[in-house]
Design a protein around this ligand. Structure first.
Ligand SMILES: C[S@@+](CC[C@H](N)C(=O)[O-])C[C@H]1O[C@@H](n2cnc3c(N)ncnc32)[C@H](O)[C@@H]1O
Length: 273
């Protein structure tokens, strides 16, 4: 017997609100996950059922809604996850960008759906020292979930989170707490990354162009229509010959003629759609 009643109608209202707000599709197989993540919010608000919780969301959307969305998002990430993207960035993309931007000296990379920042900091570590100091090099890191953005901005990770970093990276870019359990990204690394809240389904304030966009393990939660719309938008915001990296289980349909598939979930903008 579960602590709170969640009817079929409650689950379908929750799924509908999540889909409309942030594009995440919650099929019937996600029902237990939704229950356990939102039961915390039902309890925190002193309520006794999901029907009461849904009523609260309607009555006080400003106070509870961000907790609701933050509870639903899946934020699994790690440093140098899918490391071939960072190898490609280092070996192929950086040398190209050095030539391409030798006059304007401006490099922009976007981590879209950055979660707690490991992806954005991995990009920043990869591009650090690659460009002369008078170049304007920035990593934009965006996510819908305000909790993960806050953690990314703080740049503090526990020892389990930094297992993907070798000792050289750790020493160079992080400060270890006196008890050895926490690692804080040094200011020199944090100053390269700009965290901003952005729902990918809402209008994007950035004008671009971006040289590289990472949107990895985010599209997996969306339906084809949303994914196609995002691919079109990424195409528009990418510089000519810019790169798009997606997650290991994600694909782009063949109909996106504006991208050349480079294999290993890497794409390059080839022409206007
Ligand atoms: C599994 S994490 C992926 C993190 C990182 N990109 C990686 O591959 O390790 C997915 C992230 O996408 C974010 N997300 C989901 N829907 C979103 C939306 N509509 N707009 C912006 N971010 C979204 C979630 O909050 C979550 O932090």
């Amino acid at each position: 017997m579960k602590e709170f009643l969640m009817t079929d109608e409650d689950f379908s209202s929750i799924s509908q609100r999540v889909y409309e707000t942030c594009g995440i599709v919650l099929g019937p197989h996600k029902r237990d996950m939704v229950y356990s993540r939102l039961a915390r919010r039902v309890r925190a608000n002193g309520l006794t059922s999901f029907a009461e919780y849904l009523a609260l969301l309607n009555e006080e959307p400003n106070t509870e809604f961000s907790h609701f969305i933050n509870a639903i998002t899946t934020n699994l990430t790690s440093f140098f996850r899918e490391s071939h993207h960072f190898d490609f960035l280092h070996q192929q993309v950086i040398p190209e960008l050095k030539i391409k931007h030798r006059t304007d000296k401006r490099i922009r990379i976007w981590s879209a759906g950055c979660s707690t920042g490991e992806e954005a900091y991995s990009i920043a570590m990869t591009i650090a020292n690659a460009f002369p100091t008078d170049w304007d090099v920035k990593v934009l890191a965006t996510d819908l979930d305000s909790n993960v953005l806050h953690k990314g901005q703080e740049g503090v990770y526990n020892s389990a989170s930094v297992t993907g970093l070798d000792s050289e990276h750790l020493k160079k870019w992080f400060m270890c707490s006196s008890d050895g359990t926490q690692y804080k990204a040094k200011d020199v690394l944090r100053s390269r990354v700009f965290f901003k809240r952005l729902n990918l389904l809402e209008p994007w304030p950035m004008k671009g162009p971006f040289d590289v966009i990472f949107c990895r393990n985010v599209l997996i939660y969306f339906d084809k229509e949303t994914k196609d719309r995002l691919f079109d938008n990424y195409h528009q915001l990418l510089a000519e010959q810019g790169y798009l990296f997606i997650g290991h289980s994600e694909t782009m349909g063949k109909e996106h003629l504006g991208f050349k598939n480079l294999g290993k979930t890497m794409y390059q903008k080839v022409a206007q759609i």
